[in-house]
Design a protein around this ligand. Structure first.
Ligand SMILES: [Zn+2]
Length: 330
């Protein structure tokens, strides 16, 4: 999505006492930001992925700030996606830092995998063809080489609405679903560490989150995401430090443009479904995102199914009576 104008006003540098390094990822989103709050408790927000070069870059970055990994008091994991938490296990082994995350992300960070049969069924229901479905286990195995898991007693899940001290200041803890079920953001008057919940250059992907207790077998990530946004509009801090891309401000403007984007994309998907007739989520995703391949196909599926959930709530698409995995214009 490079080359597009930012969704909001970007800032050149983070506030005093906060440093940052970009660490590599193999994903289309590009590098991930690690933010360092240099006062005690010395806190690193998102340590990046487990690559040799990430470890070297992180060690150099800490050294430039007069620190070693063993000096970290606390590591905040904004969510359990590999690009953000992959080094967590390595840091736990090389420091006594407390690791914190939002309640709901422990399963991913601690390596308690999804029920594979359930996951396969939900993804299969989205219409993923057999040949692509068969590639997923290998892709997941490859991903596992880029992450390290901390021991359970090193991870402290935080509840929404609590407080956390980091870098010498108190922060409010926000655990809000959408990009990830237990996504954690931290705010104080002038500052918001937003992880991937608010990003300056792209809209966060409404990731597919499996849920064996729900009728659909998954959460309605985009519907849930949009309901969280008003709270962040009210915060509107001077600086927002995101998981990817530059620092930014004007959260109300960003939220307005994101809502607009989702309305437009939903309308586009409605047009596609109308034109194609009853279609699977995968069919629609190939029209919108024909170039996605490998694991990235999942990003297209989650975008499409998220917007189909919105259209379903508006009553303009339905799930076909004969084939509940096919969607059609109402
Ligand atoms: Zn990310």
């Amino acid at each position: 999505m490079s080359g597009k104008p930012p969704l909001t006003e970007v800032l050149l540098s983070p506030p005093d006492g906060i440093r940052h390094v970009e660490l590599p990822t193999p994903f289309p989103v590009g590098p991930v930001n690690a933010w360092l709050l240099t006062e005690r408790p010395i806190t690193l927000v998102d340590p990046g992925m487990y690559f040799p070069e990430s470890i070297g870059l992180l060690e150099d970055f800490l050294a430039a700030n007069g620190l070693r990994v063993s000096d970290l008091d606390q590591v905040v994991l904004t969510h359990g996606h590999p690009d953000h938490f992959g080094l967590a296990g390595w840091i736990a082994e090389n420091s006594t830092a407390t690791l914190v995350c939002g309640r709901g992300e422990e399963g991913k960070i601690l390596d308690r995998p999804w029920n594979a049969d359930h996951a396969r069924r939900v993804v299969g229901d989205l219409g993923l063809p057999e040949d692509v479905l068969l590639m997923l286990p290998a892709a997941l195995e490859l991903m596992r080489t880029m992450i390290t898991h901390p021991a359970e007693d090193r991870l402290e899940p935080l509840e929404d609405g609590t407080r956390l001290e980091a870098g010498g200041r108190m922060f409010d803890v926000h655990v809000t679903p959408g990009h990830a079920q237990g996504h954690l953001s931290l705010s104080r008057d002038d500052l918001l560490l937003s992880g991937d919940h608010l990003l300056p250059l792209i809209t966060p992907n409404p990731s597919i989150e499996f849920d064996e207790t729900s009728e659909l077998g998954r959460r309605r990530s985009l519907v849930e995401y949009l309901t969280t946004l008003d709270r962040f509009t009210k915060l509107d801090p001077g600086s927002v430090l995101p998981g990817h891309g530059p620092a930014f401000r004007d959260v109300p403007g960003l939220v307005r443009r994101m809502r607009e984007h989702h309305r437009e994309r939903a309308a586009h998907i409605h047009d596609v479904v109308t034109r194609l007739g009853p279609s699977s989520v995968y069919d629609v995703s190939r029209v919108l995102f024909p170039d996605l391949d490998g694991m990235s196909v999942m990003l297209g599926l989650s975008e499409v199914v998220g917007h189909l959930d919105l259209l379903f709530d508006e009553g303009v698409v339905v799930r076909s009576d004969d084939h509940p995995n096919l969607w059609a214009a109402a």
